[in-house]
Design a protein around this ligand. Structure first.
Ligand SMILES: C[S@@+](CC[C@H](N)C(=O)[O-])C[C@H]1O[C@@H](n2cnc3c(N)ncnc32)[C@H](O)[C@@H]1O
Length: 334
């Protein structure tokens, strides 16, 4: 079977570091900070991507269901923005692409001319996605990129001058701090052309118990998803984390407006990571921060668009108003 994606390597990116070295350096940097931290982008090895798929099917994880509803309800309106010319449908952090299937199917049925470019840091997720799409939509023109968002955005900026619709679904934007989300969106803006569109999924502020339940599911899948981060370090960087000595904890920070996820060291301990060549000391109950999931108000979404050079064209909500997909236009001549 032909490969329908490309793993961006050093030559493409103009760097001299292997992916594993970047992972090791990020872990070294993160575990040297106070509080200790590991970026949530490292959740997604093959096991992590499968855990996330299971999270999206959980009763408590309303986000995926809401976005399904939105895309199903408004697929017509979304396709109207793109029905005049050939375009790239670029998806950042595509994952299993199940929700994107709704748009792809609709676009194909309506004879829109587009090339689908899923981008994801997880090669396992990309392989699964591209294989399943090839089977479901044999006529789909598609070329995936296994890469970190920022690298893929830079690469895309240089490689195509077609009209673009960029999807950033699933509340992925919520994993960035408010400052970093501006940096990210502005760098996306830099790589896009005037008149391009982006469709961004934002999880909205709501009853805190609903938020807490979504990240503390009763089946413990989110806990396994987090713990898998330590297993990944053990496997790929020769760490000796004793998994039984870490506890998962997620809470809502009312000041920052984010669910914050942690792994807590349940006792004083030392962990050797051979590939980094360093021992890391943990105090009893010391946290490793693993993920932010920022929640938004309509006002926050408006400021973010204004501050990064986009015009909000339309805003779609699910029937419970738990989630919104916002379509923004790149505006370079304001
Ligand atoms: C929260 S999941 C969302 C998946 C999908 N968009 C959805 O809505 O179900 C995040 C996805 O983004 C990918 N991802 C996370 N951080 C990334 C990064 N920095 N660069 C590229 N992909 C990333 C993960 O591998 C994962 O597939």
């Amino acid at each position: 079977m032909t490969v329908a994606y490309k793993v961006l390597d050093q030559k493409d990116l103009g760097t001299s570091l292997e992916t594993k070295e970047v992972f090791a350096l990020d872990v070294l940097h993160g575990l040297s900070q106070t509080p200790k931290t590991i970026s949530s982008k490292y959740f997604y090895d093959d096991k992590g991507s499968k855990y996330f798929q299971r999270i999206t099917e959980l009763e408590e994880y309303y986000l995926t269901r809401c976005e399904y509803e939105i895309l199903n309800t408004y697929k017509n309106v979304i396709s109207d923005y793109m029905n005049t010319c050939e375009f790239n449908l670029i998806e950042l952090g595509a994952g299993d692409g199940k929700k994107t299937n709704i748009l792809i199917e609709h676009f194909l049925q309506n004879n829109l001319r587009f090339n689908y470019v899923p981008i994801d840091i997880s090669e396992a997720a990309m392989s699964w996605l591209t294989n399943s799409l090839k089977q479901k939509f044999p006529k789909l023109s598609m070329y995936g990129l296994v890469s970190e968002y920022f690298n893929a955005i830079k690469w895309l900026g240089k490689s195509s001058n077609k009209r673009n619709l960029v999807l950033f679904l699933g509340s992925n934007i919520g994993n960035f701090s408010k400052g970093n989300s501006k940096v990210f969106l502005r760098s996306l803006w830099n790589s896009l052309n005037d008149g391009d569109y982006v469709l961004i999924g934002f999880d909205l502020k709501k009853d805190i118990n609903l938020l807490l339940n979504a990240y503390n599911d009763s089946e413990g899948i989110t806990k396994e998803f987090n713990i898998n981060l330590l297993k990944r370090i053990n496997q790929e960087l020769k760490g000796n984390f004793d998994i039984s000595k870490f506890q998962f904890f997620a809470n809502y920070n009312v000041s920052s407006g984010a669910i914050e996820s942690y792994l807590l060291s349940t006792e004083k301990q030392q962990v050797l990571i051979e590939h980094i060549g360093q021992v890391f000391s943990f105090k009893a109950w010391e946290p490793i921060h693993t993920e932010y999931s920022y929640k938004y108000l309509q006002l926050d979404i408006e400021s973010l668009a204004n501050e990064t050079g986009f015009l909000i064209e339309n805003q779609f909500y699910d029937s419970k108003k738990y989630f919104t997909d916002s379509i923004w236009k790149v505006c370079k001549h304001a």
